[in-house]
Ligand binder design. Structure first.
Ligand SMILES: [Zn+2]
Length: 309
């Protein structure tokens, strides 16, 4: 069985302007790093088109319409202070959503065992009706809705290890008992949400706020609570909101993880995935802004995915 890397040429054409941390070099660094992994079990795929009805479960029709009419003919347009689109963003946003749909279909059809989507823009800050924090459509949320609607799953877990809290994903699933959203993140920090008292209507939100300066050892100890909650929930499918900005070299936050920690947390999660859901795991890129750290950390993450083939 294979591990798929899903990516799209449009990911590097989504222009956010000069000097923006969330830029095209990120996906180039990731794909260049993954190409260096010498493993015949990697399969590279492009996303396919998807039915827009799944996007309309996650976001309101008005919001989707506002986004679709925001793409400028030339230059840049600001959806919020730091969420910027360019003409090429129209395809990139849809391809990013399409990548997780393609990944899920491939796992379900057993074309491959698990998958990592190396795409941008990221998604976890995007709420039902709001773009923010570099995010336009909430890719992982559409993936979870797709699993519930198309494949009729009843228990989907989203694990978000990006250093920022995924306020958008929490917002979208706050009252959906079929989706367990678990996040580890620096707190208090952008975007302000993610306190441990935010639990969702059905106790389906589990936030693990971490202080600036949290070390590898402290982080991996905290991650045991993620695994404990997964054991209780017994998911039928696991999605990773995979941000790598908790790395010690990341310029946007102050956690102290090493690249190897992303291997460890992935491997520990996959051990449980094998137990509870036939190893069904799809991961999608969120943050990570030091190019070298991002490249190394995504290699570690994918190495763990490959070991479970
Ligand atoms: Zn982040």
């Amino acid at each position: 069985m294979k591990t798929a890397i899903i990516t799209s040429d449009t990911s590097v054409k989504h222009n956010t302007g000069l000097g923006h941390p969330e830029n095209a070099d990120r996906v180039s660094a990731v794909t260049e790093g993954l190409k260096k992994i010498n493993n015949k079990n990697i399969i590279w795929k492009k996303n396919k088109l998807f039915d827009s009805k799944y996007l309309e479960i996650t976001h309101s029709k008005k919001y989707i319409n506002d986004v679709e009419t925001s793409f400028p003919k030339k230059g840049l347009f600001f959806l919020d202070g730091d969420t910027i689109v360019s003409p090429e963003s129209k395809k990139a946003t849809l391809d990013a959503v399409g990548s997780i749909v393609t990944a899920i279909d491939g796992v379900q059809s057993k074309e491959f065992y698990n998958a990592f989507c190396a795409v941008r823009p990221p998604g976890h800050h995007a709420e039902k009706n709001k773009a923010m924090g570099f995010c336009i459509y909430n890719n992982v949320a559409v993936g979870a809705h797709y699993l519930l609607e198309k494949y009729k799953f009843n228990k989907v877990a989203i694990i978000d290890f990006d250093v920022h809290h995924g306020n958008g994903t929490q917002d979208i699933f706050y009252d959906n008992k079929k989706v367990l959203y678990i996040s580890t993140h620096q707190y208090p920090y952008y975007p302000g949400t993610g306190g441990d008292k935010e639990k969702g209507k059905h106790n389906n939100i589990f936030n693990i706020p971490l202080a600036a300066g949290t070390t590898s050892e402290e982080y991996l100890n905290a991650y045991e609570f993620v695994l404990k909650r997964i054991k209780e929930f017994k998911p039928e499918f696991i999605l990773f909101s995979a941000g790598f900005d908790a790395h010690k070299d990341d310029p946007l936050a102050q956690l102290q993880l090493t690249s190897k920690d992303f291997y460890d947390l992935t491997k520990r999660t996959l051990n449980l995935a094998k137990l509870y859901c036939d190893g069904k795991v799809v991961s999608i890129l969120e943050g990570g802004y030091n190019l070298g750290a991002l490249q190394k950390s995504t290699q570690m993450h994918v190495n763990a995915l490959l070991e479970f083939n």
